[in-house]
Design a protein around this ligand. Structure first.
Ligand code: GLA
Length: 722
């Protein structure tokens, strides 16, 4: 029986596998995008095309050969290679020739193409994988490297992807910043030479720059026009993007793990699988590119991407480390009054020998501080249950304060140099996740809490320190594997958590947005984009992250940051993403508390549109004093529009804002919601946003007057097809 099955599988494979002689072109195609490779007379693989899908296969013959697809070190191309291997004889050249390719369907609308390349002189095999998501116009790619040399080879470079573009001009947008200042968008032209965006932080790797980029072709990027390529690497560690313009003005984009201090010893027959690189190509601007990413992320990548999200009240900014049972239970009452789904207990609940009174001690000792929580977490889950809300808890399981029992017991579990003073970031060190015992311990933190308190319904998983003092006691002579094995160790832990607790939603946090990649989001339902909750700053930060992340993955909380802004303004900024609160009701007056309660109710009603609809960014905060975005449901029957006046000039001229994404032939009722009556309406005054019916055509051609010259003013408008 087994033998027959084997023969059938072999026959099937032989149908799908094609040899070089049979086929000259290899196409990776979605509904709108095409990536075409060609095998040259010399047997090497070239990338001939990347762009809008071509309509006629007969035209493929006219395509230029292009540039060698996955460039190797040591041959005749003098630009940055994708791969660099040192063989057993110390020769470091590699010449990859096409062997075969195969294509198969992974699911409806998802096809994988694998191109196998080999060196004729050295037994090295490189497999390029491309997974095309037809409807979402997104391509996921990764590389597998193996060899059968007698001894291990040294991998110096091992890119996930190399892409080639050939346009007159290139404009790169990067997303850089710092703590509380994440994902700032800056666009710059690329000319001859290299621009490298990378991180060497190891853990909390994206603190200064996020692992995604946008390249506009021929002209600067626009929201609704022009060709753009948007790419992102799924790796929760050191990444590197290299953009190199060559002497012919060709652009080569190499994406992968940052090979910095990470020479990898690859044993014979071991498969080195790179992280995944995801990209989309849009011919109608960055707005469409974002929607491609959002659709793909919700459907295929993010944990519970198809499910809704819970609103919550977090105690961090309400109490910091200073709380007890009574204060927390009182905050739960606030959560109930606000009408949110969950209460989230943040940092400061653990440690007894070194109670966690500040960030200087206790990290690593995950039992409840007796004098703060004498009745344990169970008392809190019970209290929440009685009040009809869920309970969530903060952990930072990958880190340790030197002042902790964990450090005292297991100094060899900590990444630090054996022969030098320790240097700290936020008074803490990073645990060595390459060590399987440490992986067990970290998994155990979640597992023990869940076993003891099965009512825990949510985790906020933090990670506040980059790796300092890099040295692993576990890896011994393989120190250059640490950056990679550390991340692999993290994934092992997260796999175990997901396998045992598949329905447990978790927020990914890293001192704000220090971890913002799609591989991590396989395990997390959402992430914390920034500790900066000043709503004005958030308008920019959310705008930046929205380029690739869907709104349901971005947590946004109403806090007391920037009291110059009203509660309404703060709430409406947060309503554009996954709404939460990090504030006490006593920080508000009665009217504000009532407003918040109503806003939560409106949010619950509008969640399907905000979290699962298409995002149309209408007016960028980078362009001036106002900003506006809207979400449109997939059936175009409902939309929610957000508009903000930030710091308008006195007597500034205001123009209507054209809406987007609606059906021009539908009639829509437009109604401003979340209103706070500050001034009595003058009799006969006619608000054009109050219960009026417009055609989609009018809304998208003429637009609505959404903006005012009022400082820090905000509006939410509900749009419903008649
Ligand atoms: C980080 C997080 C915050 C909060 C604190 C607690 O800074 O980003 O949201 O959880 O840690 O120490």
């Amino acid at each position: 029986m087994k033998k027959h099955l084997f023969i059938i599988i072999c026959l099937l494979l032989s149908v799908f596998c094609v040899n070089a002689a049979d086929k000259k072109f290899i196409k990776v195609t979605t509904d709108g995008v095409e990536l075409v490779f060609q095998v040259g007379q010399n047997g090497r693989l070239y990338q001939s095309y990347l762009g809008k899908k071509l309509s006629y296969d007969t035209d493929l013959n006219y395509l230029p050969m292009g540039t060698e697809a996955y460039l190797t070190h040591g041959m005749e191309d003098y630009f940055e290679p994708a791969i660099h291997i040192v063989h057993n004889d110390f020769n470091s050249s590699l010449l990859l020739k096409y062997i075969s390719h195969s294509a198969h369907q992974l699911a409806t609308g998802v096809d994988e193409t694998v191109i196998t390349l080999q060196d004729e002189k050295y037994p090295v095999t490189v497999k390029l994988h491309f997974i095309a998501y037809a409807k979402e116009n997104l391509i996921k790619t990764f590389t597998e490297i193996t060899h059968q040399e007698k001894k291990a080879v040294k991998l110096q470079k091992y890119a996930s992807s190399m892409l080639h573009l050939n346009h007159s001009k290139y404009f790169l947008t990067e997303f850089a910043g710092d703590w509380a200042h994440e994902a700032n968008m800056t666009e710059q032209p690329l000319s001859f030479g290299k621009k490298v965006i990378d991180t060497k932080l190891g853990s909390r790797a994206d603190m200064f720059v996020s692992p995604f980029f946008l390249v506009a072709l021929d002209k600067e990027s626009e929201e609704n026009n022009g060709e753009v390529l948007v790419g992102s690497l799924g790796w929760t560690g050191n990444f590197q993007f290299t953009f190199e313009v060559d002497q012919n003005n060709g652009l080569r984009i190499i994406s992968g793990i940052n090979p910095y201090a990470s020479e990898y010893t690859l044993n014979p027959n071991e498969v080195f699988r790179t992280p995944e690189f995801y990209f989309t190509y849009s011919c109608s601007g960055k707005g469409q590119a974002s929607r491609n990413f959002h659709d793909w992320a919700r459907k295929y990548q993010v944990k519970d991407g198809d499910k809704t999200r819970m609103t919550l009240l977090n105690n961090w900014e309400a109490t910091y480390f200073n709380f007890d049972e009574e204060k927390l239970v009182a905050l739960m009452d606030d959560a109930v009054k606000l009408g949110v789904d969950l209460f989230l207990l943040d940092d400061g609940w653990f440690g007894n020998k070194y109670p966690r009174q500040s960030d200087r001690q206790g990290l690593g000792d995950w039992d409840e501080t007796k004098d703060k929580l004498p009745h344990g977490v169970g008392y809190l889950t019970e209290a929440a249950k009685k009040k009809g809300i869920k309970f969530g808890i903060w952990i930072e399981p990958e880190m340790v304060n030197p002042k902790s029992e964990l450090y005292e017991k297991h100094p060899d579990w900590v990444i630090h140099l054996p022969n030098r003073d320790e240097y700290y970031f936020r008074n803490q060190l990073v645990l060595d996740l390459s060590n399987p015992k440490v992986q067990d311990y970290v998994f155990g933190i979640v597992d023990n809490l869940m076993t003891k308190y099965p009512e825990i319904a949510f985790f906020k998983w933090d990670c506040n320190s980059p790796i300092t003092n890099i040295y692993s006691y576990y890896l011994k002579e393989k120190q250059t594997h640490l950056y990679i094995e550390h991340v692999r160790g993290l994934y092992n832990i997260l796999e175990r958590v997901k396998a045992k607790y598949p329905n447990l939603p978790m927020m990914l946090c890293s001192g704000g947005g220090g971890r913002t990649d799609f591989e991590a989001l396989k395990y997390f339902t959402e992430f914390w984009p920034s500790d900066n909750t000043d709503p004005i700053e958030r308008l920019f930060i959310q705008w930046g992250f929205s380029q690739v992340f869907p709104s349901k993955t971005m947590c946004a909380h109403v806090t007391t940051w920037n009291k110059n802004t009203s509660i309404k303004f703060r709430t409406e900024v947060a309503m554009m993403c996954k709404l939460g609160f990090d504030i006490k009701l006593s920080d508000m007056n009665e009217r504000e508390a009532t407003y918040c309660h109503e806003a939560v109710q409106n949010y619950n009603r509008l969640k399907p549109v905000i979290l699962d609809g298409d995002l149309f960014r209408l007016v960028s905060p980078y362009e001036g004093n106002h900003t506006s975005s809207m979400y449109v449901s997939k059936d175009q029957k409902k939309a929610v529009l957000f508009a903000f006046d930030i710091h308008p000039r006195y007597a500034e001229k205001l123009y209507p804002v054209r809406l987007n994404g609606l059906d021009p032939n539908k009639m829509y009722r437009v109604n401003e919601i979340n209103k706070v009556q500050t001034m009595p309406m003058r009799p006969g005054m006619n608000n054009p946003l109050d219960n009026k019916v417009y055609s989609g055509d009018y809304l998208m051609t003429v637009g609505l007057n959404l903006f005012s010259t009022r400082q820090l003013n905000s509006r939410v408008i509900e749009i419903v097809a008649e």
